[in-house]
Design a protein around this ligand. Sequence first.
Ligand code: ZN
Length: 274
Amino acid sequence: MPEGDTIHSAARRVGAVLVGHEIVEVETPQRRHAMDRWPERLAGREVHAVDAHGKHLFIRFEGDLTLHSHLRMTGKWGVYRRGERWRRSPRRAWLVIRTADHEVVEFDGPVLELMTESRTRFDRRLAMLGPDVLAEDFDESRFLARLRGDDSTRGVGDALLDQRTLAGIGNVWKSEGCFMAGLDPWRRTGEVSDEEALEVVRGIRPLMRMSVERGGRIVTYAGPNHPARPGARGSDYWVYERTGLPCRRCGTPIRARGQGDDNRTTYWCPSCQS
Ligand SMILES: [Zn+2]
């Protein structure tokens, strides 16, 4: 599932080819959008900005119209030169925006809607979002207020995934962040101090921002001599998808179990995180 760093990175790539370039064509190939008349409504408008909040991406057109998308589990943004082969089947395209030189394609996008700017501001789902973990001026006190306003019996690993508390975090960063902070993801949030919760966020933020710089490729573990050295090549994790393998710090087998109402798998070292 795409996490915040992947979406922010996509927003950069999409923005780079759309902002300041004439939009020559907009296409919505799926039947669900056949009646929406987006091509007509967007014809001739410039794109002012492309930005992300958490896992939501916004393409802002002049004249108060914004395309809002959320990729859910399988979606992907593609940016191609005209004539370049798409990396997914054209049948899976939900939106195609063409300039003279590029094609921007959203594949497998279950959430795709055209809204007015004012509606995006008042949309309940968007207003509910917690502070964006990738925001330059990340609001720690708002994050803590949301965390404390939530059910205090929730395991912290589950609570951290709630986009109303922290927008943009996903399963990889949740597991890696708890490990790096030495925090047991199964502890109830009521038993986790503000400092402990903040340590998770402060640990993953620079790595996620690095990941955006590098086009959405994640590294948390880069070898025994350079633990968590951002910018290293490859993609390796401390605990994520390492079930049964020895912990890179202490050798204890890494464990994995579904957590929370959505049963998202949490990976952890039972000895480093106790
Ligand atoms: Zn360990």
